[in-house]
Design a binder for this molecule. Structure first.
Ligand code: PGA
Length: 251
């Protein structure tokens, strides 16, 4: 499988001109790179203006969506709208959504179901906090997040879902998770999927790593820790740094 490199721009940049500039630089910079799947997830308001031509190679994703298709939900954005706009992916359950927008596992489960129904590929974020890791609860936290997040999701649907292991203590901290821990957690995720679904599905499930990824450490997560891709926050706002990350993971 090609490594999947996802840029999560979060609530950046503050002007459309900057957003266009950043995506143009990335597009140009990765033109010659083969065998890497690149996804950019800008804020909602920049999605409509993004270039969705097949030739650009970069795929589009959103950072969240609501759990209904349409209706009276002021401020909401539905997965169907995203799909109709040309999005292929949607990040769901990010720890910042859990923290600042009070998202629960149950809400995330509803979002995943509706996103799958709209034929989007959810990038389902899970991960423990520093306190949970210190209390040696990391594995249990992951199990609960996965079980609740995937409640009533069928074998057929799960094939379009991608996991992102994002330890909360590693996000935006310049304190990335060491590769062997990332690998252990990735194997745990696959084991849980094998128990909930089956071994074949687990084998084909992609698990990304996210948390202070940069051009220095990116390659090792893919080559050493055997992660299937990366979810990149801060470093994806610097075109040169993001291009370097893509270059270093290219097979
Ligand atoms: P970071 O963010 O790369 O800035 O640590 C990753 C994420 O939150 O997805």
């Amino acid at each position: 499988m090609k490594p999947l490199i996802v840029a999560n721009w979060k609530m950046n940049p503050t002007t459309l001109a900057e957003a266009k500039r950043l995506s143009d630089l990335i597009k140009k910079g990765i033109k010659r790179i083969r065998n890497v799947e690149v996804v950019i997830c800008p804020p909602f308001i920049y999605l409509a203006t993004s270039d969705k031509r097949q030739a650009t190679k970069i795929k589009l994703g959103a950072q969240d969506c609501f759990w209904e298709e349409k209706g009276a939900f002021t401020g909401g954005i539905s997965p169907k709208m995203l799909k109709n706009l040309g999005c292929e992916y949607v990040i769901l359950g990010h720890s910042e959504r859990r923290r600042y927008f009070s998202e629960t596992d149950e809400m995330i489960n509803k979002k995943i179901k509706v996103a799958l129904k709209a034929k989007l590929k959810p990038i389902f974020c899970i991960g423990e906090t520093e306190e949970e890791r210190n209390r040696e609860e990391a594995q249990n936290v992951l199990k609960i997040q996965i079980k609740k997040g995937l409640a009533k999701i069928s074998k057929k649907e799960i094939k379009n879902l991608i996991f992102a292991y994002e330890p909360v203590w590693a996000i935006g901290t310049s304190n990335p998770c060491d590769q062997s821990t990332a690998q252990t957690m990735s194997l745990l995720i696959k084991k849980i999927i094998s128990q909930l679904y089956n071994r074949n599905i687990a084998r084909n499930t992609r698990v990304l790593y996210g948390g202070s990824v940069n051009s220095e450490n990116a390659r090792n997560y893919i080559k050493e820790a055997r992660m299937d891709g990366l979810l990149v926050g801060g470093a994806s706002l610097d075109a040169q740094e993001f291009i370097k990350i893509i270059e270093t993971v290219s097979p």
